[in-house]
Design a binder for this molecule. Structure first.
Ligand SMILES: [Mn+2]
Length: 353
C-alpha cells in the first residue's frame, strides 16, 4: 500500500470521496508512523467452538468500513488524530487454518471419550506463537508512544496486547469487558489459550490489571460464575438478565451502568466481544446468544467511560462473523470506529461532546 502523511490523509478524508479498492480502514492510507492509534489485525480462530469465519473479520471490517462516513456524533473527527490499520499478516491466517484443523481433531477425540495429545499440543503451541506475535507488534507500537488495539479474530487474540500493556504501563488498569460469556474457563476442551479462557489467562498473567468489570453476560458455567465471585473486589459482573430487570423496573441506563463504571480505575482497557450485542447485530458470530445489549446501549456504555474522565489505554474487538450480505462486518466496523473515537477523545487527542 502507498501511504499518506497525516496531512494528506485528513485532506482526502475530508473530501468524502468514495474510497478505492485496497484502501485501509475508513478509506484511509495513513502511514502507521504518523498515526496516534494503530490497529493490529489478528486473523485467528484456532479454538472457535461453533461457527467459523471470524478469522476473516479484520479484512471484512476494513472493506466494510469504506461505507462508513467519518463524522461521529460524540467524538469529533477521530481521523484527524491519525488512525492506521496494519495489513493482515497472512502467515498468521495460515497458522490459524492449520491449528483449526488440529483443533477439530482434538474435539472429535473428546466426543469419543479420548484425548488426541499430539493435536492438542500443536494447537497450544500455535496459540503461544500467536500470543508472542501480537505481544511483539503491540509492544513495539506502545514503545513508540502510540496506542495499540487488536481487531480479531476470536477472543483469544488480545492476550498479547493486554500483556504488552501490563509490561509497559506505570499505573494499574482495569478491564471493561462486554460479552455474552464470562470467558473465565481454565482452558476449554484442553485448549489453554481458548477464546473461552481469555480473562482467566489475563487475570493470571497480567500483573498490572487491577480488576475486571463485565457487561452483557448471559451464558456461563458454574466454574466461571464461581471464579468471578472469588475475584472479590477484583471482579464485577452486570449479568444481562439483571441489567434487563433493572431497566424494566424503570431505572435509567446511566443508573444501571454507573456503579460498575465507578469500580474501574483511572486507566481502562476495553474488550468488546461482538456477541455481547443482541444477535440482531452479530448473527454470524461464533457463539450467538439471545438477549444482550442494543447497539445504542453499547455506544452509551463506551461514552460513559469517556465522560467519566477515565482514560482508555487500549482495546480489542473480537468475534465479528462472516456473512454473505456483509451485515456483521458493517456493525463491526462501526463499533471499531466508536472505539477509536472513544480512546482518542479520552486521551485528549480529539474533542468530544
Ligand atoms: Mn468472548
Amino acid at each position: 500500500m502507498s501511504y499518506r502523511t497525516l496531512k494528506e490523509e485528513i485532506e482526502v478524508l475530508e473530501l468524502g470521496l468514495p474510497p478505492q479498492e485496497g484502501d485501509g480502514f475508513i478509506g484511509g492510507r495513513l502511514d502507521p508512523n504518523e498515526a496516534s492509534l494503530v490497529l493490529i489485525p489478528v486473523p485467528w480462530e484456532a479454538t472457535v467452538s461453533f461457527g467459523e469465519g471470524t478469522a476473516q473479520a479484520p479484512d471484512l471490517i476494513r472493506t466494510s468500513s469504506h461505507q462508513l462516513d467519518v463524522e461521529n456524533y460524540h467524538y469529533i473527527k477521530p481521523y484527524t488524530a491519525g488512525i492506521a490499520m496494519f495489513e493482515t499478516d497472512k502467515s498468521l491466517l495460515k497458522l490459524s487454518n492449520k491449528a483449526r484443523k488440529k483443533a477439530v481433531k482434538v474435539i472429535e477425540a473428546l466426543e469419543n471419550g479420548e484425548t488426541n495429545k499430539k493435536a492438542l499440543k500443536f494447537v497450544n503451541d500455535a496459540s503461544k506463537d500467536l500470543n508472542a506475535s501480537v505481544y511483539e507488534k503491540a509492544f513495539t507500537q506502545i514503545n513508540n508512544g502510540k496506542f495499540a488495539a487488536v481487531v480479531g479474530g476470536d477472543h483469544s487474540c488480545p492476550l498479547g496486547l493486554i500483556k504488552a500493556l501490563s509490561d509497559t504501563q506505570n499505573e494499574e488498569f482495569g478491564i471493561l469487558h462486554v460479552d455474552a460469556h464470562h470467558d473465565l474457563r481454565k482452558a476449554y476442551e484442553g485448549f489453554k489459550y481458548s477464546h473461552a479462557s481469555i480473562f482467566y489467562n489475563v487475570m493470571k498473567e497480567c500483573d498490572k490489571v487491577s480488576n475486571l468489570v463485565q457487561f452483557g453476560i448471559r451464558d456461563y458455567s458454574a466454574e466461571e460464575a464461581n471464579r468471578m465471585k472469588k475475584y472479590g473486589n477484583k471482579g464485577a459482573c452486570l449479568y444481562d438478565t439483571a441489567m434487563q430487570a433493572q431497566l424494566a423496573s424503570g431505572k435509567s441506563l446511566e443508573e444501571v451502568f454507573t456503579p460498575y463504571i465507578e469500580q474501574l480505575p483511572n486507566n481502562v482497557y476495553l474488550s468488546i466481544d461482538i456477541d455481547g450485542l443482541e444477535p440482531l447485530n452479530c448473527p454470524n458470530t461464533g457463539t450467538p446468544v439471545p438477549g444482550g445489549l442494543r447497539y445504542g446501549e453499547l455506544e452509551h456504555l463506551i461514552f460513559m467511560v469517556v465522560k467519566s474522565g477515565r482514560k482508555i489505554i487500549g482495546f480489542d474487538l473480537c468475534e465479528v462473523g462472516n456473512s454473505e450480505d456483509g451485515w456483521d462486518a458493517n456493525v463491526g466496523s462501526r463499533v471499531l470506529y466508536q472505539l477509536c473515537g472513544a480512546l482518542l477523545a479520552s486521551q485528549g487527542k480529539i474533542e468530544y461532546k
